[in-house]
Design a protein around this ligand. Structure first.
Ligand code: NAD
Length: 332
């Protein structure tokens, strides 16, 4: 069977092709460069399966085009599925599976790396020292030890992040509608989101993007945060109301911001835009702040994570081909 693998980079091809060959199953993976959109969906005509990533569009019109071309299965090679209209998929008879966990360590370590960079200003120190400037003015940080870190979303990634922060000697606060017993063992206290925001020196977001978490951090909630606190988002861009975050940075209520995801990243990330102007004024404004660190949806990007994503994606395809239960199916 053939699977159209959209939105592929050389690293996707390398890991997925190696896994398909290792398994030796019946799938022929056809690697395509374009994002999956209404304009490109026809490329999948005649393919029973499509493989897609975080910024591929799987809204109703795209799913309808895929269904018309004979596609019956979407294998997401990511954990989040906020980009899929699951109700439309069900209506069209397209089943969807994801990779629920690949390396929570990868994302947690990136989140903590962002905290350390913003705190100890490694990005500035790197440039300064290379220019022969050994002055320390402007590089003052704080001990993570003894500071309060608030973890919003305490699933796999949130727990890993909390584990690292516990190692630093941080006091841990947590917010999640469902408590994770491992967090209490780390010494974390579950509190309301409002209490967490008011008491934390660092707030790190690890919940999924759902209608309930869209703009979870908005203007009102930013006002609840400690003046000068750090906010880290490696979850999904729309967890933040980015315009409200810009205002909070301008008023210096927000001390620093680390983002690996952005509300409008679909038009921006995973592509080299270095030879032309960036047209997104909100993102460009963010980059003018010295206390903002942005990475381009890179938190998952480790050797171990790419191997695990390839392994699980091919396993999901094998299950679909065999007609057995889809272990990682997502439904509306
Ligand atoms: P998970 O399902 O293990 O944990 C998510 C947690 O969020 C759960 O405990 C859930 O109860 C909680 N949650 C749900 N609604 C909430 C709310 N309103 N407020 C607070 N918590 C809420 O998922 P995970 O593997 O830890 O991944 C978390 C998210 O990280 C994913 O949904 C994805 O969007 C994002 N992610 C980003 C990258 C990246 O490269 N930047 C990579 C992987 C995952």
């Amino acid at each position: 069977m053939r699977c159209a693998v959209f939105n592929t980079k050389p690293y996707d091809r390398k890991f997925l092709a190696a896994e398909a060959e290792r398994v030796g199953g019946e799938w022929q993976l056809v690697f395509l460069e374009p994002l999956l959109t209404a304009e490109t969906a026809r490329l999948a005509d005649g393919f029973p399966a499509v493989c897609a990533f975080v910024n591929d569009q799987l809204d109703a019109p795209v799913l309808e085009a895929l269904a018309a071309g004979g596609t019956k299965f979407v294998a997401l090679r990511c954990a989040g599925f906020n980009n899929v209209d699951l109700a439309a998929a069900a209506r069209l008879g397209i089943r969807v599976a994801r990779v629920p966990a690949y390396s929570p360590y990868a994302v947690a370590e990136h989140a903590v790396g962002m905290m350390l960079t913003l705190n100890r200003k490694f990005h500035k120190a790197y440039n300064r020292v290379r220019e022969g400037n050994f002055a320390l003015d402007g590089l003052l940080g704080f001990d993570m030890h003894g500071r309060t870190a608030g973890v919003v979303g305490t699933g796999k990634i949130g727990e890993c992040t909390a584990r690292i922060l516990a190692g630093f000697g941080c006091k841990l606060l947590a917010y999640d509608p469902y408590e994770n017993p491992a967090m209490s063992k780390l010494g974390a206290s579950y509190v309301s989101l409002e209490e967490l925001l008011a008491a934390s020196d660092v707030v790190t977001l690890h919940c999924p993007l759902t209608p309930a978490t869209h703009h979870l951090i908005n203007g009102e909630r930013l006002k609840l945060m400690k003046r000068g606190a750090m906010l880290i988002n490696t979850g999904r861009g729309a967890l933040l109301d980015t315009r409200a975050v810009v205002a909070a940075l301008k008023s210096e209520r927000l001390g620093s911001l680390g983002i690996d995801v952005y509300e409008e990243e679909g038009d921006l990330f995973f592509v080299d835009h270095s030879d032309h102007a960036i047209l997104d004024d909100v993102f460009s404004r963010l980059l003018t702040f010295p206390n903002v660190l942005a990475t381009g949806h890179q938190a998952f990007f480790t050797q171990e994570a790419l191997e695990a994503i390839a392994r699980q994606t091919v396993a999901n395809l094998q299950e679909f081909a065999a007609g057995t239960k889809l272990t990682n199916e997502v439904k509306a």
